[in-house]
Ligand binder design. Structure first.
Ligand code: PMP
Length: 314
């Protein structure tokens, strides 16, 4: 049975940022039928505005809708809505190097439902805000803490889709790690508590010699759009890219570790703390993560020719 369907979502309209009204019995409020995406628009040196792979975000939202029994906009409806929002906010897209326009597509069960069932109606909206770079000056390393008490996702659950329900349970782990001076949390798999999964809002990669490895997506890891793009770029740079189960012990001998995500882009990891042991990584000029970061940002901001057709000019 296919749970979700392509709903012909009524054409919405642009409005100023404002509160929305929801029934107290809306599916999203009671049973967590909510999905979101994160996507950005970048300005080029000559003033053009580029979107980065909005179709990939549309497809991920659709996959999530299927998992959560929600109706979803079609790929075209999603991409056109992102284009429209970016176009309407063109003047808020910061100049290259100064940040981007962040857009947050949100799909929710907005219809009322009392017994446990899919909501009868769905609302899709996008809000936007200019954001600075995640790192103030180029890239600053992340200091990660490996969580042993909590897991992010379990096999058969919804860890592989971008549902709002995946984020509340990690807030406690993040808050605790931040209070101890760490930047973010790295989670291990729920079954063996031994294999790397991902960070709260980004994917993880390790580098050893010419090989770049990232945990295989097996339903518990979110398949990042940045992750996919970086694997492609890394292969173009001549690295061997592996998707596999990565035991936590491999962190000790890694040359470099980095994270990828729409917010962080490519973030080098400076240290990882596990069982009271701090593993440090030294990143000099010419680091692998630095090279991959420059290529990706180059494509996103039009400095490097986009041979892959990843960007859409609006
Ligand atoms: N993992 C999680 C849990 C995330 O929330 C995100 C951010 N969307 C990512 C990975 C990275 O995904 P993307 O590259 O598509 O932003």
């Amino acid at each position: 049975m296919k749970c979700s369907k392509d709903e012909n979502f009524e054409q919405g309209q642009l409005s100023r940022y404002r509160n929305i009204e929801l029934s107290p019995s809306a599916g999203v409020l009671n049973y967590g039928q909510g999905l979101y995406e994160s996507t950005k628009a970048y300005k080029t040196k000559d003033g053009r505005v580029l979107l980065f792979r909005p179709d990939q975000h549309a497809m991920r939202l659709k996959m999530g809708a299927e998992r959560l029994c929600m109706s979803s906009p079609s790929i075209d409806q999603f991409v056109n809505a992102v284009k429209e929002i970016a176009h309407a906010n063109k003047r808020w897209v910061p100049p290259p190097g100064k940040g981007s326009l962040y857009m947050r597509p949100l799909l929710m069960g907005s219809g009322p439902v009392l017994g446990l069932a899919p909501a009868p109606e769905y609302t899709f909206l996008i809000f936007a805000s200019p954001v600075g770079n995640y790192f103030k000056e180029g890239t600053a390393p992340l200091n990660l803490y490996i969580e042993e008490e909590f897991v992010r996702a379990t096999p058969g659950g919804a860890g592989g889709v971008k549902t709002i329900g995946n984020y509340a349970p990690v807030l406690k782990a993040i808050t605790r790690a931040k209070s101890r001076g760490f930047t973010d949390v790295l989670y291990l798999d729920a079954v063996n508590r031994k294999y790397l999964e991902e960070v709260s809002s980004c994917n993880i990669f390790i580098v050893k010699g010419n090989v770049i490895s990232t945990p295989a997506t097996n339903g518990t890891i979110l398949e990042g759009v940045t992750r996919k793009s970086i694997m492609d770029i890394a292969r173009d740079h001549g690295y061997q890219v592996e998707e596999r189960a990565i035991p936590v012990d491999e962190l000790v001998n890694a040359d470099e570790v980095f994270c990828t995500g729409t917010a962080v882009v490519v973030g080098p990891v400076g240290s990882i703390t596990y069982q009271n042991r701090r593993i440090e990584y030294k990143m000099g000029p010419g680091s692998v993560s630095g090279k991959l970061y420059s290529t990706l940002v180059g494509i996103q901001t039009g400095l490097i020719e986009d041979k892959k057709g990843w960007t859409i000019e609006i």
